[in-house]
Ligand binder design. Structure first.
Ligand SMILES: Cc1ncc(COP(=O)(O)O)c(C=O)c1O
Length: 357
């Protein structure tokens, strides 16, 4: 029954959402805080649900355009940035041009999209400190285009706009560069302003992290209107109404409450820095993160043991079983209270670490 396409695929594995007991969830980089007060108090206008939503998300695009300081025609919206990314893979990469390039340590959905669309890909080496080695992108002789997150996931390591400009300047103008800015609001430098200058640059973003709206599913892309029209063409070849009414409304509320956004963002950043310090004091190796998570190695235990032990004790984190990442776990930044429990839990292991190896 299964098509040949499907038989070839290995699907992405999302972070677990178990229901067997109540966990402290530090495994999917959700925001630990609720969305802004206006959304919390929102009344559902169920009568309107009989009507399709605006397929062009006009009001939402105007609000996003205001926030990002670009014209609305430079914005695409979709059902989570995963959908926007998948549309971008369909729209801009061609197998005939060579492999899609992305770092060997990065968001694990990229190879899944490549396989889905039959695109060859090359995972480029990262440096010893797990930062991206951009020379593979700037010195590549033939490829279909590049994609990388900034900050990268699961490392949290970010690059500045100067570096991005250097990459774009060195790259061929007829090959797309996609920068996945899912975590940019937690301290990174956005490259959105470069989209006016580089017509081959597409930035994607999400409301799932800094806007606390993972459950509503909203992602977007920013780029030259020609790129945006290509994304619209893909969307209208699948499903014209990818962003529902309620999401469109709530997203506008989230964008307008700048004070709340900044307050929560700053809280996450403060907690991240404090927990990174605390873990380093305890001998963990913690990568410098500008995201809402830390990628950290316990002084003696491999990532899987840390993950299992934490899960047994009611805390979920994520580990990635690959050669360069299996000594670490990715810990999403929770509330100060959640992180206190996390630290107390790992402190409790000091006496019996030998039994865990
Ligand atoms: C790097 C990166 N990009 C994109 C996404 C997808 O975000 P969403 O589909 O919730 O917008 C994630 C989610 O964790 C991510 O880590």
């Amino acid at each position: 029954m299964e098509s040949r396409l499907l038989a070839r695929l290995t699907a992405y594995t999302p972070g677990e959402q178990p229901r067997d007991k109540k966990y402290i969830k530090l495994n999917t980089n959700e925001n630990p805080y609720p969305p802004c007060p206006k959304i919390q108090k929102k009344k559902i206008n169920a009568e309107d649900f009989r009507l399709y939503p605006d397929p062009d998300c006009r009001v939402l695009k105007e609000a996003l355009a205001d926030t990002l300081r670009v014209p609305p025609s430079h914005i695409f919206t979709g059902n989570g940035s995963d959908e926007v990314l998948s549309f971008a893979f369909a729209a801009f990469f061609d197998a005939d041009n060579g492999p899609v390039l992305f770092p060997e340590v990065t968001y694990s959905f990229y190879p899944v999209y490549c396989r889905f669309y039959g695109l060859p890909f090359r995972e480029t080496a990262v440096n010893n400190d797990l930062s991206i080695d951009f020379s593979s992108f700037t010195e590549s002789k033939a490829d279909a285009g590049v994609i990388f997150p900034n900050p990268n996931a699961p490392t949290g390591i970010a690059v500045d706009r100067k570096t991005i400009r250097r990459i774009l300047t060195a790259r061929p103008k007829d090959r797309i560069v996609i920068i996945d800015e899912a975590y940019i609001d937690f301290g990174g430098e956005s490259a959105v302003e470069l989209t006016g200058e580089f017509e081959n640059l597409l930035i994607t973003g999400t409301f799932s992290k800094s806007r606390s709206l993972a459950g509503l599913r909203l992602g977007y892309a920013v780029g030259n209107p020609k790129l945006i029209q290509s994304l619209e063409k893909v969307k209208n070849s699948f499903n014209s109404y990818t962003v529902n009414r309620f999401t469109q409304e709530c997203a506008v509320d989230a964008l307008r409450d700048i004070g709340y956004f900044e307050k929560r963002r700053d809280e996450v950043i403060r907690t991240r820095e404090r927990i990174a310090d605390e873990l380093r004091k305890r001998g963990w190796d913690v990568l410098p993160s500008l995201a809402n998570f830390l990628f950290a190695a316990h002084p003696t235990l491999p990532g899987e043991a840390v993950y299992r032990r934490l899960k047994d004790e009611g805390i979920l984190v994520r580990y990635f079983d690959l050669p360069k990442t299996r000594n670490r776990v990715r810990i999403s930044v929770g509330t100060p209270e959640e992180m206190k429990v996390f630290l107390r839990t790992v402190d409790g292991w000091n006496n019996d670490v030998s039994q865990l190896r």
